[in-house]
Design a protein around this ligand. Sequence first.
Ligand SMILES: *Cc1c(COP(=O)(O)O)cnc(C)c1O
Length: 409
Amino acid sequence: MRFDELKTPAYVIDEKMLIHNLEILHKVEEDTGCHILLAQKAFSAYAEYPLIGKYISGTTASGIYEARLGAECMGKENHVFAPAFTDEDMDELVNICDHVVFNSVSQLKKHKARCIEAGVSFGLRVNPEFSTQGDHAIYDPCAPGSRLGVTLKNLKAALEEEPDVLSGMEGIHFHTLCEQNSDDLEATLKAVEEKFGFLMKDMKWVNFGGGHHITREDYDIETLEKCISHVKKKYDVQVYVEPGEAVALNAGYLVTTVLDKVENGITTLILDASAACHMPDVLEMPYTPPLRGGLKISDMEDEYGIDKDIEIDFDMDVKEGIWKPAKNGRYRYRLSSYTCLAGDIIGDYQFGREINVGDRLVFEDMAIYSMVKNNTFNGIQLPDIVIMDSDGECKVWKHFGYEDFKGRL
Ligand SMILES: *Cc1c(COP(=O)(O)O)cnc(C)c1O
């Protein structure tokens, strides 16, 4: 099936782009000898795990089922981190994971005997208390009061009380970035070394967490590789990097159809897709997703320095994807959904042509944090999951129906 023939709504995974990203990640492994793991919480489309496993070292999980999926469907290195593990989860995790990262000294104490017994390498997540994220407090594990990672103060107190409390521990983990470049990693690493360097000498591995936007066009890979090589050499450890986003960045689309047009001062297009149900990060983060052939009104100001209330005299040429002087005036629409939630608004966009009922619209960069976070609020259907191979041939991998809605309730 071709892209234009797909039934909507559908998430389409673009294998060509996925491979492009994986080649970049594979080269970082080759250049530095580090191990890169897919953070499954961003992208768990296990249909692609065999492909991903050809390029990188394995998977990491944020919970028990992700851990199981990584073991079952990729079967390479399998790590897990969670703020806490139940005894029941730990029973299974030590059988399917080779690395476990604890969030606190108390969790480490509680579960470490079982890790040692099962021959599982365990480590501790630290909090360098070094924020590099400006706006997104919800994604900042270094924000004041954060529950994520052990602070130096807490670690020292635990060591004072029980000097060999960390015995048997083999790794240090930090995760503080989100969609960031390697200058922020470099600065963070300095803070981690200053505070926790005394531990790193005795470790077998250091995990740099996720949030590295390695496959983004302007990402400085040289600095990343410098950071990895520095830690490997100075502390004689293996280095892990566990990106989620970077693996499937720009490697997927959400294809939708315009169902209706509502006029009320502005023109709203009602789509068979929903921000609340199918792309929750649009509301949660929040952000406006890129749209093929459409310009985000918010970008006019942020990226092009044009006041968004001013009439502009150019439009996006849909066919060529470039700016052209506007011929037929401007077409501005609010893109929204067929749920009942008033705030289920995807964003305001401008087009180079009129958009009509029945037209298809394609949201870009929809592989990550989409399929893993969607829901059936309002009883609307979940988008199909479609795989598009390097020749553009599309295959429906999963179709969801009423039973998927009913089955969870
Ligand atoms: C979220 C997360 C990741 C992946 O983050 P991305 O921003 O998707 O790269 C990796 N490790 C941990 C511990 C995380 O919480």
